[in-house]
Design a protein around this ligand. Structure first.
Ligand SMILES: Cc1cc2nc3c(=O)[nH]c(=O)nc-3n(C[C@H](O)[C@H](O)[C@H](O)COP(=O)(O)OP(=O)(O)OC[C@H]3O[C@@H](n4cnc5c(N)ncnc54)[C@H](O)[C@@H]3O)c2cc1C
Length: 404
């Protein structure tokens, strides 16, 4: 969803290249593609950029996008012999991203209502310095398993060193990994995004390195066995291996820097990566007393599956309020991050009312609904209406979601 006056992203099909094979219509899971006797077209209101139609298309006609003030109607699209010229304005920020990254980012930020501005006091990010045509090369400086060896949930902490190559990042940004090799169709693998888990001055302060938190994907979202291309490649990397990296990306999920600004971080699994980066930034600057409060709500099945569990528990209490939810502890009721948000409702309500507090949510898409309901409950109990407050938070760049 876009705010009034904002440019909207529209998926269109190039009628000059399209061979009318119906593949896109068949592969769209939500019937957003349709056709008449002339053209195959995409219904603007329905398309959610899921990308399922892109790779099956034999010609690439499907891979076209526009940024428009007023979306093209179906009638207009049916009448096209050629695509209208791309008049999308050149704007700085996420709009400059390569189409592939833009598509992924659009899906990841659906929960926050689309592209959002960063907090007013965020540092200015560098974007898209390295592209597929000219990727950066990083060297693996370390690759450690974070979760216990006897759990199926394998998460790695991977340190990449950029040597003499500049790769400036901010907490909350991500980079793209280019997995080597080709897919079943013989095309190069597409890039995968990974959030940066270290603060802006490096995993090791003032070294030109950064860290990532990568989960080895061995099952798809329905639990069927699968071999995740990029995550397995990353988790198997050895010290000294070279990795092709593009980016950095992300101009929205950035931390506030002004004195007194508070951060509520809500995450599961590898969604902890940007939270670790922000926390570490604040920890390294504790003496400067510039931050407000830090609150972390972090969910995992067990402590053995919670990345960075040990270091988290050692953080100074005056730095951060850590709330850990475990959903699979023997003989314990299942607890999720949303339960802890409700338990801490008094503090959450206080922070929601404070215009210097900022919310960050990161992890699997499935967490969004529970967190949203918890905020609604907290608001109900404290004389606020979540449905009215949420747009206010979004407009003030105080509500950021990155889920995948
Ligand atoms: C903004 C952003 C930030 C991200 N940050 C991180 C991060 O910090 N750490 C991290 O590990 N991942 C992160 N991801 C996810 C990452 O980009 C990849 O999607 C993920 O590693 C799977 O890639 P793959 O190549 O291994 O699997 P693929 O070969 O692409 O997919 C194999 C199968 O696994 C399914 N699948 C994809 N991702 C997951 C998942 N997370 N869990 C279960 N099934 C999945 C796919 O639907 C597919 O069926 C992020 C994604 C986005 C959009």
């Amino acid at each position: 969803m876009n705010a009034p006056g904002e440019l909207k992203r529209q998926h269109v099909i190039d009628p000059e290249i399209c061979i009318r094979c119906n593949t896109c219509e068949e592969s769209c899971p939500i019937d957003a593609v349709t056709h008449d006797g002339n053209n195959y077209v995409v219904k603007f209101e329905l398309c959610n950029f899921c990308n399922d139609c892109i790779s099956p298309c034999p010609t690439g006609a499907i891979d076209n996008w526009r940024r428009v003030a007023q979306p093209y109607t179906l009638e207009e699209q049916f009448s096209w012999d050629t695509l209208p010229p791309d008049t999308s304005p050149e704007v700085a920020g996420d709009d400059d991203l390569p189409e592939e990254v833009q598509r992924i980012t659009d899906i990841a930020t659906q929960g926050q209502g689309g592209t959002a501005a960063p907090p007013w006091s965020a540092a200015h990010p560098y974007l898209n310095l390295y592209t597929l045509a000219r990727p950066a090369e990083a060297t693996v400086a370390g690759n450690f398993r974070l979760t216990a060896a006897d759990t199926s949930n394998e998460i790695h902490h991977i340190v990449l060193d950029f040597g003499p190559t500049a790769f400036p990042v901010l907490e909350g940004q991500s980079l793209g990994v280019v997995p080597p090799g080709v897919d079943d169709a013989g095309k190069p693998h597409h890039i995968r995004l990974y959030s940066i888990a270290s603060p802006r001055n490096g995993e090791r302060p003032d070294y030109n390195n950064l860290s990532l938190t990568v989960k080895r994907v061995t099952a798809d979202r329905d639990g069927n066995p699968v071999h995740g291309i990029a995550s397995n490649y990353m988790c198997d990397l050895k010290k000294g291996d070279k990795v092709k990296v593009v980016g950095p990306y992300g101009a929205s999920f950035l931390m506030p820097n002004h004195p007194g600004s508070s951060i509520i971080m809500i995450c599961t699994g590898t969604g902890s990566a940007p939270m670790r980066a922000m926390t570490e930034r604040r920890r390294r600057r504790m003496g400067l007393k510039e931050g407000g409060e830090l609150w972390l709500f972090f969910g995992a099945r067990t402590p053995d599956e919670l990345p960075y569990c040990g270091p988290l528990m050692k953080l100074p209490k005056e730095l951060i309020n850590v709330n850990l939810a475990y959903s699979r502890l023997p003989d314990q009721p299942r607890q999720y991050v949303q339960d802890l948000i409700r338990e801490r409702g008094e503090d959450i309500a206080r922070l929601l009312k404070d215009e210097n507090s900022y919310i960050y949510i990161c992890g699997l898409k499935a967490m969004e609904t529970g967190v949203d309901e918890a905020f609604a409950d907290v608001c109900r109990g404290h004389g606020m209406d979540w449905s009215q407050l949420l747009p206010v938070l979004r407009a003030a760049s105080r509500y950021h979601v990155e889920t995948y």
